[in-house]
Ligand binder design. Structure first.
Ligand SMILES: Cc1ncc(COP(=O)(O)O)c(C=O)c1O
Length: 392
């Protein structure tokens, strides 16, 4: 048992003050929130040390609009060495104040009002929200939650002369798929043939369970790399959600420069806190051993949650290949809609989960609830006991 991810490691006193976005600070004290996917564990010691050392200097001047050189160099190294996206340099990297805002910047840059963007269904709401905020039109392409398969014919049929952007979530939230090379090759082929930009959100890209491995679409070859903008973050891998930091990886310096303009960081109205960049740099440079322990813990929690939930008659769940969310089909329970079931679990079990409503994931999420397992074994076990009691 790794002490860093043990039951005692969880600081409930601080989570109740600091963990928002539907989590500990927002629910009644007797409720276990398995809602937003945000780790319950304190971050790696080396990241805390880097923050302390930086603040000790006492100087907090404006940073460069294009981001700290050390941050961009660390990101480029990770892109090349861990993700196999050859040729990435510090000048292809643009820090953003979260993966979410990276998506909004990318969509604004790629889309003119009236352009269409392909968005999978179901998928995290940020895809549709970023396209719509850019004035684009969302065109959905289905992913089958039961089998985890995307429908490549439907995807091809969804492309029209107005399509400019194809969005991809890899690994996929909420279905947990890590897209295979062959699937990505088919997508890449469509993007090249129809001259589309690809926004590949790989914010979950480190959270992949062995023997699976992330294949970034930009790693497939120069043709698809030239039209792919990668979205990355530090919330899922290192638990830095509150620091709001992420980055865009552009295929060329010219695209990076255009994204920088679009981000409005040069005006100083936007931009990323230097302290957050320092923390993220330390994470990429020093915290991978911490992450390895984290992933091993997550894999145990995944297996625990999948085996307990699938033992409940009427619940169907696939083990996610990546991410720390489960997307459970609850139609067989005969207890009403996903909202009804989430409400029942909350009221009678005192566990909060996310109902698979169109607002969160698109119309294809109906009949599902999503829950995170990124907590300690005792919290997860207690939550699963309660869910089992309510649903059986
Ligand atoms: C697919 C996906 N993209 C982006 C984000 C947002 O990450 P960040 O906290 O860096 O904005 C999330 C968070 O849940 C996510 O699941």
């Amino acid at each position: 048992m790794d002490d860093r991810f043990s039951d005692d490691a969880v600081r409930f006193d601080l989570l109740r003050q600091r963990a928002f976005n539907l989590r500990w600070a927002t629910v009644d004290p007797d409720v276990i929130p398995l809602t937003a996917a945000d780790p319950d564990f304190p971050i790696a010691r080396c990241i805390r040390d880097a923050i302390q050392e930086y603040t000790e200097g006492g100087v907090f001047s404006y940073g460069p609009p294009e981001g700290l050189a050390d941050f961009r160099a660390a990101c480029a190294r990770v892109q090349v060495e861990r993700r196999g996206i050859v040729g990435t340099t510090a000048d292809h990297i643009l820090p953003t104040d979260s993966a979410a805002s990276a998506m909004f910047v990318c969509a604004r840059w790629a889309l003119q009002p009236g352009d269409e963007a392909i968005v999978f269904d179901p998928v995290d709401f940020l895809f549709g929200a970023s396209v719509e905020a850019a004035g684009g039109t969302v065109v959905r392409s289905p992913v089958d939650a039961a089998t985890g398969q995307m429908d490549l014919d439907a995807l091809a049929a969804a492309i029209t002369p107005r399509t400019k952007l194809l969005t991809l979530c890899n690994p996929h939230n909420p279905i947990g798929r890590v897209w295979r090379r062959e699937e990505l090759e088919s997508i890449a082929d469509l993007a090249v043939r129809h001259d589309l930009w690809v926004m590949s959100d790989e914010v979950w890209g480190d959270v992949v369970y062995p023997p699976g491995a992330l294949v970034p679409i930009a790693s497939l070859g120069p043709e698809i790399a030239a039209r792919t903008i990668g979205v990355y973050g530090f919330s899922k891998t290192f638990g830095l959600a509150g620091l709001r930091v992420g980055f865009l990886a552009a295929p060329t310096v010219a695209v990076r420069d255009a994204l920088l303009e679009e981000s409005r960081a040069p005006t100083t109205a936007y931009g990323v806190s230097t302290l957050s960049q320092v923390a993220a740099t330390a994470a990429y440079e020093h915290a991978w051993p911490w992450f390895d322990g984290f992933l091993a813990h997550l894999q145990r929690m995944r297996d625990l949650a999948v085996s307990r939930l699938s033992a409940i008659p009427g619940v169907r769940v696939r083990a996610p290949e990546g991410t720390y969310v489960l997307f459970a089909n609850i139609e067989g329970l005969g207890r009403g809609t996903e909202e009804d079931v989430a409400q029942l679990i909350l009221e009678e079990g005192r566990v909060a989960v996310v109902p698979g409503m169109a607002r969160w994931f698109g119309p294809g999420a109906t009949g599902h609830i999503r829950m995170t397992f990124c907590t300690s074994e005792s919290v997860l076990t207690e939550a699963l006991d309660r869910i089992e009691r309510v649903l059986t």
